[in-house]
Design a protein around this ligand. Structure first.
Ligand code: ADP
Length: 241
């Protein structure tokens, strides 16, 4: 067993030298896969996630279709090489649960009623896991949906805040997740101010929760800005022509 690392140093900085309110370096790229209708690659520090979208389309199994709206299917999966110890490729209970939570968040953003009798399939593959994979996955999936041209109420920007050594911090990584006191992933549609995913593991006081929400909102607005920048990087080329 490794000893518990110091999460907040005497200088007030985190184990990776970030300030409590600082995001990891973020990279986003849209349209990274040729064969999917929409795709995006998102990195939060060492966490790397790719998302691919197919649809809206007529799925092979028609019995599951709805005459009222598109059905949304989502698979969150961690690649066997994404963790330090090889992960079994078979879907775990955690991955099944996360697929559901992420699907519900995305479903609330999509105008599914515009596409009756069709399906929208979303695949999230974690390439490298270092904390915050569900929030990076949600961020990437909403970009991939936008890339596929799926109409949405807004993009979803997501990040995990947490409590480490008694301090509320933004965008926790795996070490902070493992040794910290609380972990709160949150997904928001920023321009309409709607929360679509909120989970909390651990304990926070009501005051700490308010600080964590404020910090999450700050992080989310920067993530949202980067999402729009990534989309315009691909699509501005066409408008300028
Ligand atoms: P999230 O990735 O959304 O923070 P968790 O809080 O469940 O989700 O996981 C935190 C981190 O723990 C992950 O990002 C990953 O780095 C690590 N982790 C999760 N599941 C596994 C696993 N089966 N094997 C190894 N590491 C894992």
């Amino acid at each position: 067993m490794s000893s518990r690392p110091t999460l907040i140093g005497e200088n007030g900085l985190r184990h990776d030298h970030r300030r409590p309110d600082e995001l990891r370096p973020i990279k986003m790229e849209v349209g990274v896969l040729k064969n999917a209708d929409g795709s995006a690659l998102v990195e939060f520090g060492n966490t790397k996630v790719i998302a691919a979208v197919y649809g809206p389309r007529e799925p092979p199994a028609k019995y599951m279709l709805s005459p009222e709206k598109a059905i949304v299917r989502c698979r969150y999966h961690m690649a066997p090489f994404s963790t330090i110890e090889r992960k079994s490729p078979a879907p775990s209970r955690r991955e099944i649960e996360l697929s559901k939570v992420i699907r519900e968040a995305l479903e609330s953003a999509i105008f599914t009623e515009l596409f009756p009798r069709s399906a929208i399939d979303i695949f999230i593959e974690v390439l490298q896991a270092d904390g915050g994979t569900r929030t990076a996955g949600l961020t990437a999936a909403s970009l991939a949906l936008a890339d596929a041209g799926v109409p949405m109420r807004d993009l979803i920007a997501a990040v995990a805040v947490g409590k480490v050594d008694g301090v509320i911090v933004l965008d926790i990584d795996e070490v902070e997740d493992e040794y910290g006191e609380a972990d709160m992933p949150i997904g928001i549609m920023p321009s309409i101010n709607q929360v679509v995913l909120l989970q909390l593991n651990g304990v926070m006081t009501r005051e700490e929760f308010d600080i964590a929400m404020d910090l999450a909102m700050k992080g989310v607005s920067e993530i949202y800005r980067l999402q729009k920048e990534a989309l315009s990087k691909k699509y501005m080329l066409y408008t300028e022509e």
